[in-house]
Design a protein around this ligand. Structure first.
Ligand code: V47
Ligand code: SF4
Length: 356
């Protein structure tokens, strides 16, 4: 099998679902990693991207109660909060002053805020600096806003774009197969709807990312199906920028029996994502969920992107992530250099800004 896949990588041919499954079932981590590293080298050479960004978690109230989520709260529950617009403004101003090029907005499906709040949040950030790229909302929120405001999906996207939205992060995909979704996030939009809304986002000219939440109760077959659906949509739209396998953090969650992700599974999953998704330029190791050491090691397993400085993170840390809350730019550069790669600061759309 490894010889066939090696030849496919060299010839720029696709691996099949059966081959991806066989790779997941293999224990030869180094052989998988070597193939993925070669596939990545052909695409990205030794460059590893990162960006200077800041997350703004505008609120944690959510009408969904995904079982894997330790971030969301119900009204009146201790720890629930919603930021005032002045707080959003201040965080954006701090980010701009620190040299950030991106604001990544994270929040739940708030029970009462009107659609106008989200438009106002876009305008507030652009008012601080038009140069801050706003990466915000997922297909899940876009679908929610459409219902909230009585608009179509294209109308919601156009209004958000006009207010300042520049691209979408990759969340909400989880595992797209419905059988797993019914167990881990029964209230969330279906996998089919996530794909449908994402396609409309791409057709409206916005780029987005794709994630896969792994290491809870899904099987390898579910991961392969997920990758299949993502690759298929990318063939149609070309609108995905990067693929981000998110390692599940189990603390304070309600997934029965889930234990979290070991280093071998994390590296294997990142490597197989690189090999299977031949139509993705970038595979990101989100260090918040992986930890810095596995994120750095993954640079030898097909990964070419380490996300950013982040500054303020809640989804992973509420669920027990033991990574730092933030990384200094120099810290990221150091991680990449010590892996023998060339650090390249990028903007959200992967335009290189500076090589170090
Ligand atoms: O969709 C929730 C995940 C996602 C947990 O696009 C959890 O650049 C692990 O999508 N353990 C949101 N993961 C975060 C996200 C993201 C993060 C960084 C960069 C980008 C990007 C996107 O967080 C959710 C869900 O899959 N999540 N709970 C948990 N306990
Ligand atoms: Fe809400 Fe998102 Fe958490 Fe699900 S993952 S409960 S949609 S905040």
């Amino acid at each position: 099998m490894f010889e066939t896949i090696k030849q496919k990588v060299a010839d720029g041919q696709r691996i099949t679902d059966a081959e991806a499954l066989a790779l997941f079932e293999s224990n030869d981590l180094l052989a998988i990693g070597e193939l993925a590293a070669e596939a990545n080298r052909l695409k990205n050479d030794d460059r590893v991207f990162f960006n200077v960004n800041r997350h703004i978690n505008y609120g944690n109230l959510c009408v969904n109660r995904c079982k894997f989520c330790a971030f969301s709260k119900e009204k009146g529950e201790p720890g629930e909060y919603t930021l005032a617009m002045k707080d959003v403004r201040q965080k954006a101003a701090e980010a701009a002053a620190a040299g950030a090029t991106e604001i990544h907005i994270v929040g739940g499906l708030h029970p009462d805020l009107p659609f106008d709040f989200y438009l106002q949040m876009m305008r507030t950030i652009k008012d601080v600096s038009v140069d801050l790229h706003i990466k915000a909302f997922t297909a899940v929120e876009i679908d929610y806003f459409a219902k909230l405001a009585g608009l179509t999906i294209p109308q919601v996207i156009e209004e958000l774009k006009a207010a300042g939205l520049d691209s979408l992060p990759g969340g909400g995909a989880e595992i797209l197969g419905q059988k797993v979704r019914d167990k881990i996030c029964p209230e969330k939009i279906s996998g089919a709807r996530w794909l449908e809304v994402t396609e409309m986002v791409h057709n409206a000219g916005l780029k987005s990312n794709a994630t896969m939440l792994f290491g809870h109760l899904e099987e390898y077959q579910d991961r392969v199906e997920h990758l299949h659906l993502i690759r298929e949509l990318q063939d149609r739209t070309g609108g995905f920028q990067t693929f981000i396998p998110l390692a599940f953090q189990p603390d304070n969650t309600r997934v029965p029996g889930a234990k979290g992700v070991g280093g071998v599974d994390a590296l294997k999953t990142l490597a197989i994502s690189r090999l299977y998704l031949d139509n993705f330029q970038h595979v990101k190791a989100y260090w918040v969920m992986l930890g810095l050491k596995i994120a750095q090691t993954s640079l030898c397993f097909g990964v070419n992107d380490l996300d950013g400085t982040v500054v303020e993170e809640k989804i992973g840390h509420d669920a027990g992530a033991d990574s730092p809350q933030a990384m200094a730019k120099n810290g990221i550069i150091e991680l990449i250099r010590k892996a023998g790669r060339t650090p390249v600061e990028r903007d959200t759309l992967y335009n290189p800004l500076k090589a170090y």
